[in-house]
Design a protein around this ligand. Structure first.
Ligand SMILES: Cc1cc2nc3c(=O)[nH]c(=O)nc-3n(C[C@H](O)[C@H](O)[C@H](O)COP(=O)(O)O)c2cc1C
Length: 164
């Protein structure tokens, strides 16, 4: 497959704006892992099910597979710096944000950056090339009143102002 064709696919998908999440998990010692993720999609409402696509080499993915659970932290519009942080290799991501384990499943919750947290039990994992499609059965949801961070055309932005 030509590099130009892959680049066309990337460009096409950059014109499909999304919200931005940080997918988190913690290992047996409570050590947190997480990465920025825009591949989040709703699969079904009944039962509440979502999917995320995680790079096969990701330590977060390995931790999710071992633990059998993960959290989806939906970022609010002031959390672009956190989105960049959790997309940057070689950084101590959790040292730079406020976080604590959720009450339901003890999964890492980015307390200052989220407008919602969904805690999921791990379902199927299907590997497609470089990424694993990870299904999650949603078990608990925490919602806050806020506006989402958006990502499209390779940049972060906010929801447009309401017209008067
Ligand atoms: C807006 C945005 C969305 C991203 N979405 C995904 C995604 O859906 N899946 C993924 O594996 N990586 C995604 N990434 C890239 C990862 O966040 C990045 O490669 C990160 O360093 C991976 O962390 P890890 O190496 O600790 O697994 C995204 C990055 C950005 C900036």
């Amino acid at each position: 497959m030509s590099g130009a064709f892959v680049e066309d696919h990337r460009t096409m998908m950059s014109n499909f704006p999304t919200g931005v999440a940080v997918v988190t998990c913690a290992d047996g010692e409570g050590r947190p892992y997480g990465l920025t993720c825009s591949s989040l999609a709703s699969v079904t409402l009944e039962p509440p099910t979502l999917l995320v696509c995680l790079a096969v080499g990701s330590r977060t993915l390995a931790t999710v597979a071992r633990r059998g659970a993960f959290a989806v932290n939906l970022l609010h519009e002031r959390a672009a710096a956190t989105a960049k942080l959790f997309a940057t290799p070689g950084t101590d991501r959790f040292a730079a944000v406020g976080w604590r384990p959720t009450a339901h499943g003890g999964l890492p919750w980015l307390v200052q950056d989220t407008l919602a947290v969904a805690e999921c039990e791990l379902g199927d994992i299907t590997v497609v090339g470089s990424h694993a499609v990870v299904f999650g059965a949603v078990e608990a949801i925490t919602l806050f009143e806020d506006m989402p961070l958006l990502y499209g055309r390779r940049r972060f932005t906010s929801w447009p102002e309401e017209e008067m």
